[in-house]
Design a protein around this ligand. Structure first.
Ligand code: G3H
Ligand code: 13P
Ligand code: ZN
Length: 322
């Protein structure tokens, strides 16, 4: 099957009470790790490319890597999505260059400007058979060159979502309910600590999510900043020379709960970075004489695959839904 848009994926996910994982990609090992897991578990999957990833790896290389994954995994639907597009020109370039879905993230702009820019992207995208994700509300954390301090994030206002969706014509909506980008999703002062001294984050705002769902029945919702920051990887990083104190993510059970509701797309990037970095650090520590990148990228790719397989089965619930 060729690259697909997310339209049908989301309709099936909405009705089936699961979500599709949207994993950030920027090199071959990451593309392979994700799609090997999805292929073996017969799961739909979204491969997404940020502006920074596109600048790092080059548009053509990334598109061709994803096309290779499509050829290698003919039985599963794979979508290629632009993550956090910030201008019409960037979205247009990805639409013209083979992406099947784009995000226009004008969430930091005033409401009417967000609508105007999103509408412009939607018109161009729909004319070219591409779907559009938009965002209302601001997450904390870091994405590309935009950094939002904790305390300056704002939850999505449910009273705005109907007007936003009807005026923009967007196909899915990312909302802010307490997730955030990166490996440090909460300040220690926002959390409690469990018996092992590990930070326990405040719960996601399911009240905001449910209010949005009530106002947008049948409409796909997206959650950004949804890495769980597995403590096994944080420990591995710290044990082998890294320094990531108090790295903390979104508990898996809360994401599973959201996936059963209208959340059809769950974005994961930081967990991929952690899985690779933890395993590469360990490999270097255990094999100080090795210097062939294939030697340490192999376990890193396997770690991505295992992590994604775990998410598909235990968090997203998308296994067997291809
Ligand atoms: O939301 C942000 C993603 O994790 C992409 O991160 O802009 O550093 O590639 P990046
Ligand atoms: P994480 O930093 O939680 O992985 O979020 C990734 C994301 O939202 C990409 O758009
Ligand atoms: Zn994001």
């Amino acid at each position: 099957m060729p690259l697909v848009s997310t339209k049908e994926m989301f309709a099936k996910a909405y009705n089936g009470g699961y979500a599709v994982g949207a994993f950030n990609v920027n090199n071959m090992e990451i593309v392979q790790g994700i799609t090997e897991a999805a292929g073996e578990l017969k799961s739909p999957v979204i491969l997404q490319v940020s502006k920074g990833a596109r600048a790092y790896a080059n548009h053509t290389y990334l598109v061709k890597l994803v096309e290779a994954a499509v050829i290698e995994n003919p039985e599963i639907p794979i979508a290629l999505h632009l993550d956090h597009g910030d201008t019409f020109e960037l979205c247009k370039s990805c639409i013209d260059g083979g992406f099947t879905s784009v995000m226009i993230d004008a969430s930091s702009k005033p409401f009417d400007e967000n609508i105007a820019l999103t509408r412009k992207v939607v018109e161009y995208a729909h004319d070219h058979g591409v779907v559009v994700e938009a965002e209302l509300g601001t997450l904390a954390g870091v994405e590309d060159e935009v950094s939002v301090e904790h305390g300056h994030e704002s939850y999505t206002r449910p009273e705005e979502v109907e007007e936003f969706v009807s005026r923009t014509g967007c196909d899915s909506l990312a909302i802010a309910i307490g997730t955030s980008h990166g490996a440090y999703k909460f300040k220690a002062s926002q959390c409690t600590r469990n018996a092992d001294g590990i930070l326990v984050p405040p719960p996601l705002r399911f009240d905001v999510l449910k209010e949005c769902i009530k106002r947008l029945p049948g409409f796909p919702i997206v959650l950004h900043g949804s890495s769980s920051v597995p403590q096994e990887f944080v420990k591995m990083v710290n044990q082998y020379g890294g320094n990531m104190p108090d790295a903390i993510g979104i508990p898996e059970d809360q994401l599973r709960e959201a996936a059963k509701l209208a959340v059809c797309k769950i974005n994961i990037d930081s967990d991929i970075r952690l899985a690779m970095t933890g395993n590469i650090r360990k490999y270097f520590a255990e094999h100080p004489d090795h210097f062939d990148p294939r030697q340490y990228l192999k376990p890193a790719r396997q770690a991505v695959k295992d992590m994604v397989a775990h998410k598909i089965v235990h968090v997203l619930g998308s296994d067997g839904k291809a």
